[in-house]
Design a protein around this ligand. Sequence first.
Ligand SMILES: [Zn+2]
Length: 263
Amino acid sequence: MKLLRSEAIVLRRIDYGEADRIVTLYARDAGLIKGFAAHARGSRRRFGAALEPFARITLHWQPARGDGLARLREAELQDLRPDLRAELDTLSLAAYGCEVLEALFADGEPHADVFDVLEAYLAALPAGTAQERAAYKLLFELRLLRAAGYLPHLLHCAECGETATPAQVAFSAERGGRLCPSCAGSDFRLRLSPLTLGTLARCLNVAADRFTGFRFGSLTMAEGAAVLGDALRVHLPHALRSQAFVDRFLENATPRQYDKNGP
Ligand SMILES: [Zn+2]
């Protein structure tokens, strides 16, 4: 069987049996790969440290057989990203990013832009302040939701198309996104400034691999996180293991000036 060669990022790995590993990766040209690496824990020659989470590697592999697992033959390490493991915050935000990506693109087609967004997110995290990292997480979620085709309507009412901008609009990812007061009716669990939704929409006009240089106020950060959190809750097939960790990080990184139940 033909040996393929792909640029890939390791999302996670689990030990299997005495010496083997099952590794989940995202490849730029092949999308999500779940692969079996025989003797990975013993063979420094074929894999070295290349199968560590978050590592960018050049992977030599063969597509899945009947058991659904690709065969990982060899890997060359391009970037181990040791900086991400130096702090609990960066480690948990990186793990969260990998977990969200795996859940949203579980069996889809390859998206080169998704690979690039993950690569840039992992590269940006170590140098950021807590506030900047919270903004990186926001941008990462926004771009992934768009790539997956789950971007909620931000600039007009999802149900009637109304674009008027009262002081507050309602938001429900379940109903497609922004809702004008008459469509929202009593469905006002999440209400927020339309300016926040405008800011999120404008962020999508910037190159998807750019994470630095954005400045968000504390209201935009808190409302943006609530909007994207709502969209992810609706579209993710299961709860995330890293969610609690990341929520705790955000509580510390984001000033608490925002009550999602509104005034
Ligand atoms: Zn409406």
